[in-house]
Ligand binder design. Structure first.
Ligand code: IPM
Ligand code: MG
Length: 366
């Protein structure tokens, strides 16, 4: 089976972190004889600059055909003035929606070597390993009606939180399946105390949970969830929540680990004819325009996103373990991009220096 991959570096630091992923991909070809058929295209501001749209139809069509898409980051101040409909983020949202990537997996793992980096006390976060499953194709991000309308002598901005039972059911099932492969604990978060969509969410998650009697299921209001995440994050294993709460809670969970530059994500949809799930992988960090092009960016989140692709798209879990272990070793050895440089020091490296260190650790793993 060939392994096809579409790379969309995007804007800001996207291209430079993706260049390091390319080197890792080549390493797997050279040293492990695992070949990837890689193509590359534009998304976000880069696509707008060339085509006047943040995602060309041809790129969208290509994304539907490959085994996996790997996206860098989109956006930048240069594009703030653009009309909403052509902003870089619309390219990303279109990919998610048209590929129907309903389950967004955002692991928040605290590497031992970085536990001091968290803004929380070390013992609260050391060894943290949680997985947020965010619904990604519905809810208030996409619900109708939406828009800015005239009402009497003023305007009103409207967005709609809308969830069907089947939309809740499929993301809940994905989360329970993950919980079964982890520590068998699942916490669902919504606002059933204020929102009807939350009442339905809780009902459906409870129903799906009956199919997974081994999983210890709990429910929390999302505001309490945010509080618990910073109070005692290690109480959680898998968290399942809607699109907007998931957006917010996953940023919160990400920061527990010390640096946004460390966190990967996978967005998965239904299986394709090949049996592989439709999938897109992306680092959680944004385009960081303030440091773009300076060789300062941390490529680890993007490389870990590729590791997730190895695991979830290409059925190469052992190679994903190898790559993750190489990164852990590099961090334990004190190799640090600027975002990871703390009072205890370490060896400062550039974006490509971090790539060099990871490739060396991969070589050492053979
Ligand atoms: C994310 C981002 C996106 C979102 C933006 C860039 C549209 O914040 O992936 O978390 O809100 O989903
Ligand atoms: Mg976000």
């Amino acid at each position: 089976m060939t392994n096809t991959l579409l790379i969309l570096p995007g804007d800001g630091i996207g291209p430079e972190v993706m260049a390091e992923v390319r080197r890792v991909i080549d390493w797997f070809g050279d040293k492990r004889s695992i070949a990837f058929d890689v193509s590359e295209d534009l998304v976000g501001g880069a696509a707008y600059d060339k085509h006047g749209t943040p995602l060309h139809d041809d790129t969208m069509a290509k994304a539907q055909e490959v085994d996996a898409v790997l996206l860098g980051a989109v956006g930048g101040p240069k594009y703030d003035v653009l009309d909403f409909s052509v902003k870089p983020e619309r390219g990303l949202l279109r990919l998610r929606k048209e590929m129907d990537l309903f389950a967004n997996l955002r692991p928040a793992q605290c590497f031992d070597a970085l536990a001091d980096f968290s803004s929380l006390k070390k013992d609260v976060v050391a060894g943290l390993d949680i997985m947020i499953v965010r619904e990604l194709t519905s809810g208030v991000y996409f619900g109708e009606p939406r828009g800015i309308f005239e009402e009497g002598n003023e305007r009103v901005g409207i967005n709609t939180q809308r969830y069907t039972e089947s939309e809740i059911e499929r993301v809940a099932r994905a989360a329970f399946e993950l919980a079964m492969r982890r520590n068998k604990k699942l916490c669902s978060m919504e606002k059933a105390n204020v929102m009807e969509s939350g009442i339905l969410w809780r009902e459906v998650v409870t129903r799906v949970g009956k199919e997974y009697p081994e999983v210890e299921t709990s429910h929390m209001y999302a505001d309490n969830g945010a509080m618990q995440l910073v109070r005692a994050p290690k109480q959680f294993d898998v968290i399942v929540t809607d699109n907007l709460f998931g957006d917010i809670l996953s940023d919160c969970a990400a920061m527990l680990t010390g640096s946004l530059g460390m966190l990967p994500s996978a967005s998965l949809g239904a299986p394709m004819a090949s049996g592989r799930p439709r999938a897109m992988y992306e680092p959680v960090h944004g385009s960081a325009p303030d440091i773009a092009g300076q060789g300062k960016a941390n490529p680890i989140a993007c490389i870990l996103s590729f590791a997730m692709a190895l695991r979830y798209s290409y059925d190469l879990g052992a190679e994903a373990d190898r790559l993750e272990a190489a990164i852990e070793k590099v961090l334990a050895d004190g190799v640090r991009t600027a975002d990871l440089m703390g009072p205890e020091g370490g060896t400062p490296v550039s974006t490509s220096g971090m790539g060099d260190a990871i490739l060396a650790a991969l070589d050492a793993s053979l």
